[in-house]
Design a protein. Structure first.
Length: 535
């Protein structure tokens, strides 16, 4: 076995796992430790061996027996117990007690570290009376250098604020029952879903910044729900309630065009004669790669087969031609800057939802909440607000139509958001580039205008509380009734009004009362697909 193979398979010792109760392992009958730090290190090693071994009995944990190794492991990222004088003696003692299986590398052996794993006896003993376990990392705001290694940083008001916000989000998540179907997943639980072994799980988040800069990256990582297959995420439960996942459509292209102050028209990944999924992967590769040539090489590997490099060149040329306003971002490593922006949007969104009593589980640019109308509505509001705050100030909007621009917060100007339906039907204008909209699922058949999908002004749907239905509400209502196979009579019964009254409301001839407007708004929120920018 090469050192690369072993390092790839082994878990590096972190000392970040511990039992909730410090004396949880008294039943193991171990002799007193030489110091408080030694006792804590021993408890951390036992816990880490247990959570890793319980998830996979063949998994090992690597550690160093070189004193110099630990000189670089003090400070921000490692607990004070992570020292040569505490770790090495604790492993030796636990191995001698038969609680660890131990492979100790001889002195002077380079390239491979020593390693250990929980013995069958340890797992059997702790399984008899399972203890509550928590993942307790030293730091939740992580900075990595260009080589991917951890980088220390000076404490500032910014880093303190970032950490405080992550901790606030984690506190809400840890107080929430999160699981799969009928099983609640707790800290340290082993999880295998759909044939994928997740291993020892954590419900906590941390943020990772890249290339030695807090302007790069910053996305949230860590929890188990980010690591299960996407098609199985619909099985996630929050406080015993089924969930729904909503994401921002085309977020990075949206952010790129907003940065350039230009309108993005249509599907950014739609190119004739190229599969959409390949175009999407190639687009993202171009955004994330540091050079154009590196992107082409990666795309060629994706395409594969004879002529792959030539095909990759052709595909890149077409993507650049389609996206001239933002082509200068391709092959520039801009992806990490975009991740900083989308992760800040996520931070703001999660904190807003928590203030409203809603816990959301983030997966970068998508979010899982209980599948209840109130929670869906709160999520849509939070997504719209975050998008407005992080994108709205970058837009180059024509001043010719200030009153007709239905931006976030517009409570129904004199035009009532008519621009959005016309936009969806094929008319584009720089004046509507800033419009935040609610997207609805596609119809099975095209409508009279040749469209299968619908986008309606966010303010039309979520801000309408009564009165004449805005044009966007009317259009969305017709779309959703057709998609769900409902008649006027069905909606009239839902709203507890007469069929004639509903018909007049749908045509904009009758003012809806607050209760009726609420029923219609709930109906539309339940059917909405997501929130994004009009294109």
């Amino acid at each position: 076995m090469t050192s690369w193979e072993k390092d790839y398979r082994d878990h590096p010792l972190s000392c970040h796992w511990r039992p909730v109760t410090p004396d949880a392992y008294l039943a193991l009958g171990l002799p007193p430790a030489k110091s408080k730090a030694a006792a804590s290190a021993r408890v951390q090693i036992i816990t880490e061996a247990y959570v890793v071994g319980r998830a996979d009995v063949d998994s090992w944990i690597s550690y160093s027996r070189r004193q110099a190794f630990y000189a670089d492991r003090t400070g921000r990222y490692w607990p004070t117990t992570y020292t040569y004088s505490t770790v090495v003696p604790a492993v030796d003692q636990l191995a001698a007690s038969g609680l660890l299986d131990h492979q100790k590398m001889p002195p002077g052996h380079r390239g491979e570290q020593s390693r250990f794993k929980a013995s069958g006896a340890l797992i059997a003993l702790l399984n008899q009376a399972p203890v509550a376990i928590i993942h307790d990392p030293r730091e939740v705001v992580i900075l990595r250098g260009k080589d991917g290694n951890l980088v220390d940083y000076d404490e500032t008001d910014r880093s303190a604020r970032l950490r405080r916000n992550v901790q606030e989000i984690n506190e809400a998540i840890l107080s929430t029952a999160i699981g799969i179907k009928d099983r609640t997943i707790r800290e340290g639980d082993p999880v295998a879903v759909g044939g994928v072994c997740i291993g020892a799980t954590s419900n906590q988040l941390h943020r990772v910044f890249n290339r030695g800069s807090f302007t790069k990256g910053g996305r949230f990582y860590g929890p188990w729900w980010q690591n299960i297959p996407s098609e199985l995420r619909s099985n996630i439960m929050i406080n015993g309630t089924q969930t729904v996942e909503m994401d921002y459509p085309r977020l990075h292209p949206t952010l790129m065009y907003a940065e350039a102050g230009k309108a993005m028209h249509g599907d950014p990944y739609d190119l004739l004669e190229w599969p959409r999924e390949l175009v999407k992967r190639a687009f993202n590769t171009l955004v994330n790669a540091d050079t154009r040539q590196a992107a082409i090489r990666s795309i060629a590997n994706e395409i594969g087969g004879t002529g792959a490099f030539s095909k990759a060149h052709g595909l890149v040329d077409e993507i650049e031609a389609k996206h001239k306003p933002v082509a200068d971002m391709f092959g520039s490593g801009a992806g990490l800057s975009l991740m900083r922006r989308d992760s800040d949007m996520t931070e703001r969104l999660l904190l807003r939802l928590q203030k409203r009593g809603v816990v959301a589980l983030p997966i970068h640019d998508s979010y899982i909440v209980p599948n209840r109308t109130a929670d869906r509505g709160e999520l849509m509001e939070a997504m719209a607000e975050a998008l407005h705050n992080f994108v709205g100030d970058k837009l180059n909007i024509s001043v010719a139509y200030p009153e007709s621009l239905p931006q976030y917060g517009d409570r129904g100007g004199r035009h009532g958001g008519d621009l959005v339906p016309r936009l969806v039907d094929g008319v584009h204008s720089e004046a509507v580039v800033g419009c935040i909209v609610v997207f609805f699922p596609e119809l099975h058949k095209r409508d009279l205008f040749g469209s299968t999908s619908l986008a309606v002004s966010f303010s039309n749907i979520l801000r309408w509380r009564g009165g004449l239905a805005p044009a966007g509400v009317q259009k969305a209502l017709r779309h959703e009734m057709k998609r769900r196979g409902l008649r006027h009579a069905d909606m009239a019964r839902r709203c507890q009004i007469s069929q004639r009254q509903f018909g007049d409301i749908l045509r904009g001839r009758l003012r809806a009362g607050r209760g009726t407007a609420t029923q219609i708004r709930v109906f539309l929120i339940d059917g909405a697909k997501t929130v994004g920018m009009a294109t």
